[in-house]
Design a protein around this ligand. Structure first.
Ligand code: ADP
Ligand code: MG
Length: 385
């Protein structure tokens, strides 16, 4: 593969010797199950063909050298015994956080040279950060023969992002990047990390899934994420459950009644409980081979995120409304919200018409032109050589 050789060659140029190996880890798109991951709920991501590729060698002198072909900042040199959580505001915090988390967990990492590059669009809600973390974690797991399982690597990467980088994220992104399989979506229970690969081969059924990256990120998104998270925790506390995951769909009306005039909490609870039910519905439909029937479930998921969870954005709503008006089977925003990407399920023959309609609608609204690409469910993290 071209990318693999290029990364290995660049490594030689930078560090003066061939890397011990080259690894890859993909970005992801979440098919359904949004904001459920910090409520112990269900998610259903699949891996993108877009991925981070890293060439890595061990060192034994306590030094970590990091370089990204995509960032104009040269080689960063860090000392392992000086890694401190939340001390690094640069991209290097992601790979350094992984090394920190591994060492914190007692794994004897003595240093590494890393050169990487990524085709996962950054900040588009497609998890470029998890791809960086997972590719480094898998490389070190192999090189240092740590014997950690994929789900354990995902947990360590989450810890790197939560504690070292200082970004409060759930477990979905890292698990998707580490565990997804080609031609499948990953049904993941974020409470116990049990998982099931669900066949999701759209091309075989004459459909396509488009990702529309709106290229916008509204500035207040981080604070809003924290508010939603706190609101969900408040809802669980008021209902006397560990997490909103514990409210069965059949008990939703009673739960909403109990929340009385806590209007905002009621809306958050309604989204999480119905969203978990939608994930289970999509799993059942895909397992029954009734793929087109997931369209209305995706549409309902978008309405719930827009109206109840209130994390959509004009750009995301425009993608969904335009796509549906021009014949899409289903569409929804995906990822954290307030910008980022939407997904659109279309018949193969409608790809061009739907893409054109969305692009024209963005131009007419005066929005930045979106980036539209096809998402083929791809393989999770792996060693390339
Ligand atoms: P997302 O994960 O949705 O893409 P995040 O804000 O979580 O957005 O992560 C984006 C950050 O990840 C970037 O700001 C950068 O620090 C880092 N990053 C992503 N891709 C690369 C890359 N190719 N090289 C270096 N850093 C990267
Ligand atoms: Mg991220």
């Amino acid at each position: 593969m071209g990318a693999q050789q290029q990364v290995a060659d660049a490594f030689v140029e930078l560090y003066g010797a061939a890397p011990e190996g080259v690894w890859a880890a993909p970005g992801r798109v979440n098919l359904i199950g949004e904001h459920t991951d910090y409520n112990d709920g269900f998610v259903m991501p699949f891996a993108l063909p877009h991925m981070a590729v890293a060439a890595v060698s061990r060192r034994d002198d306590g030094v970590l050298r990091l370089h990204s072909a995509d960032i104009d900042a040269g080689v960063a040199e860090l000392r392992l015994d000086e890694l401190v959580p939340e001390s690094d505001k640069n991209w290097t915090a992601y790979p350094a956080g992984v090394v920190w988390a591994l060492r914190e967990a007692g794994h004897p990492i003595t240093g590494a040279d890393v050169h990487l590059t990524s085709t996962v669009p950054s900040g588009a809600g497609l998890s470029s950060s998890a791809a960086l973390e997972v590719v480094v974690a898998l490389a070190l797991n192999d090189l240092y023969e740590l014997g950690l399982k994929r789900w354990q690597l995902a947990r360590l990467c989450q810890r790197a992002e939560n504690v070292y980088v200082g970004a409060p994220t759930g477990i979905m992104d890292q698990t998707a990047s580490a565990c997804c399989e080609e031609g499948h979506a990953l049904f993941l229970d974020t409470r116990d990390l049990s998982q099931k690969q669900i066949p999701f081969d759209l091309a075989a059924e004459g459909m396509r899934l488009l990702v529309v990256d709106t290229q916008v990120k509204h500035a207040h998104s981080d604070g809003e994420y924290g508010k939603r998270r706190a609101g969900c925790e408040k809802g669980a506390a008021l209902l006397g459950v560990d997490a909103l995951r514990d409210v069965p769909y059949a008990d939703l009306d009673a739960a909403l009644e109990r929340l009385g005039d806590e209007e905002e909490v009621r809306r958050l609870v309604r989204h999480i409980v119905t969203e978990n039910a939608r994930v289970e519905q999509v799993v059942a439909l895909l397992e029954a081979g009734d793929t087109r029937a997931i369209g209305p479930v995706l549409i309902a998921g978008h309405a719930s995120l827009r109206d109840d969870f209130r994390i959509s954005a004009p750009e995301l709503d425009l993608v969904v409304d335009t796509a549906l008006a021009s014949g899409a089977i289903g569409a929804r925003m995906t990822g954290g919200g307030f910008g980022g990407s939407a997904i659109v399920l279309v018949e193969a023959g409608d790809v061009e018409a739907v893409t054109k309609a969305v692009e024209e609608a963005f131009a007419a609204a005066g929005f930045t032109a979106p980036r539209v690409f096809e998402a083929v469910p791809s393989a999770g993290a792996r060693r390339l050589n």
